[in-house]
Ligand binder design. Sequence first.
Ligand code: BGC
Length: 313
Amino acid sequence: MIRVGIDIGGTGIKVGLVDENLQLIGEGTIPTRTDIPFEEQVKAIARCVTETAAAAGYRRKEDIASVGVGIPGIANADGEVIKCTNMGWFHMPFREVFRKYLDVPVFIDNDANVAALAESVAGVSAGTSSSVFITIGTGIGSGIIINGRIWNGFHGIGGELGHVILDLDGVPCTCGNRGCLERYCSATALIRMGREAVRDNPESLILRSAGGDPSGIEARTVIDAAREGDPVAVRVYGEYISYLAQAVASVVNLLDPEVVVIGGGVSKAGDFLMEPLRKEYPRYVIFNDQPMPEIKLAVLGSRAGVIGAAMLS
Ligand code: BGC
């Protein structure tokens, strides 16, 4: 028997088959499509699950113990997606539609929550009593683990670090508010900051690396240019790190977990991200003369999403 984990991301949807030792034994992927109806997207996901399982030799639905789904939003216990802004899904009966195509038990939770769970069982925070996982990608997600369990609040809507408001009149967010933390700390934010900076500094390596086209600037473009010592990139990246350090410090001020884990696309910058972050975050922690959490890099990478989703039951 296998468990299936599905990670619904902004650009791609990953399917992972997990055995009883939480080892990934098969993977599939399809593009995220926000231009097709919900039913069609769910059908494509179910097909990807069936095909990935069949390719690994699991052809009967009885071979699949469960399907877990990590979404960039929230769902309820009935398997209904309540709100998933990036996908444009509001009150969508995911479980019901999915089971039309593959009739197995289906569980849904937030993408960052499931990745946090995976890291706390099979990753860098294994063995800790409390951890907070922060994923830095298109948005900012967070998963809070307390005593081995996901804490997403009494009503299931908590743990949304990305939507803590930093600036009342700040950058408009996809959620409808302004100035949300993810507008300053996500990969999307770094891209925006890079594009803004090259407007007044067209000589910057950031723009040259993007072939002279600001729309070609990615988070990686800014990070690589900063690594090369380009002064504009160094300034932008430094500012970005300050925002991130404030986010980490806010987590510490609120929860003081044993460990804070950093994952998601931007974390691929490795030490170039972690070293300045570790150095800077304590200055925003109120009791910074006391022992503080370790800030660790996630180790499961993009596997965390599918492994954690497969652990849902
Ligand atoms: C969403 C979160 C999600 C995060 C990462 C945010 O915009 O509000 O629910 O965990 O992005 O995907």
